[in-house]
Design a protein around this ligand. Structure first.
Ligand code: MN
Length: 211
C-alpha cells in the first residue's frame, strides 16, 4: 500500500504565501483521496508491488488504465509539489543558477515564463520546470498528467488546480504563481533534481508482511 507522504514542514509554515487551511485541505483531503483510490485500484489489479513511478508509467502505457493513471499521477505530482516548496526560501545557486541563466537569461526571465505558462494553461493541471537532457524548459500538463512520462526530468512543479489557491487568492492564479515563485519555491530541491538526485515517492509497504 502507498503511504500519503508527510509534508516536509508544518501546515502553517508556508504562510502567508499558502495558508494553513489550504495546506490542510490540499494534503489531508485532496492528496489523501488520490492515494486512497490508487491503493484500492492496485489491490484490485494485483499491482501493489510497483513503485509509484512504475505505476504511473504502467498506467500511461496501458490501454484502459486512465483512471489508474489519474490517481497515481495525482499521488506522485502532489508528493513532488510538497517538496517543491519550502519555508526557507533561498535563491538558486551554482549549477542550477547557471542552467537557469543559460536557458532563460535570468531568474526573473524564468519567472515571467513560468507564470505566463501557468496563467495561460486552461483549466486544471500543473506548471513544471523540467530538464530536457540538461536544458531547462517550462512546460504544463493537463489534469493528472505528469512530466515524469514526458521524457524529461521534473525539476520543480506548481499546482494549477483551483484547490491549490482558491481559498487564498480566489480566481487570481497569476497573483498566486508570482507569490509562489518569489516566496516558497524550493530551489535547493530543484538543484538536487538537476544534479540527478531525483525524487522518489515512498516505497509501497506490504501490509501482509508488516502485520
Ligand atoms: Mn492539488
Amino acid at each position: 500500500m502507498y503511504k500519503l507522504p508527510e509534508l516536509p514542514y508544518g501546515y502553517d509554515s508556508l504562510q502567508p504565501t499558502v495558508s494553513e487551511i489550504t495546506m490542510r485541505t490540499h494534503h489531508d483531503k485532496h492528496h489523501k483521496a488520490y492515494v486512497d483510490v490508487a491503493n484500492t485500484l492496485v489491490v484490485e489489479k494485483g499491482l501493489a508491488d510497483k513503485t509509484m513511478e512504475e505505476l504511473v508509467a504502467y498506467a500511461k502505457a496501458t490501454t484502459g488504465e486512465q483512471k489508474l493513471f489519474n490517481q497515481s499521477g495525482q499521488s506522485w505530482n502532489h508528493a513532488f509539489f510538497w517538496e517543491s516548496m519550502t519555508p526557507d526560501f533561498k535563491a538558486p545557486e551554482g549549477d542550477l543558477a547557471k542552467a537557469i541563466d543559460s536557458a532563460f537569461g535570468s531568474l526573473a526571465d524564468l519567472k515571467t515564463k513560468f507564470v505566463a505558462e501557468g496563467v495561460g494553461h486552461f483549466a486544471s493541471g500543473w506548471v513544471w520546470l523540467v530538464s530536457d537532457g540538461g536544458t531547462l524548459k517550462v512546460i504544463s500538463t493537463h489534469d493528472a498528467d505528469t512530466a515524469l512520462v514526458h521524457g524529461v526530468t521534473p525539476i520543480l512543479v506548481c499546482d494549477l488546480w483551483e484547490h491549490a489557491y482558491y481559498l487564498d487568492y480566489k480566481n487570481l492564479r497569476k497573483d498566486f504563481l508570482e507569490k509562489w515563485f518569489d516566496g516558497v519555491a524550493n530551489w535547493a530541491f530543484a538543484a538536487k533534481q538537476l544534479a540527478g538526485d531525483t525524487y522518489k515517492y515512498p516505497a509501497p509497504v506490504d501490509e501482509a508482511k508488516a502485520a
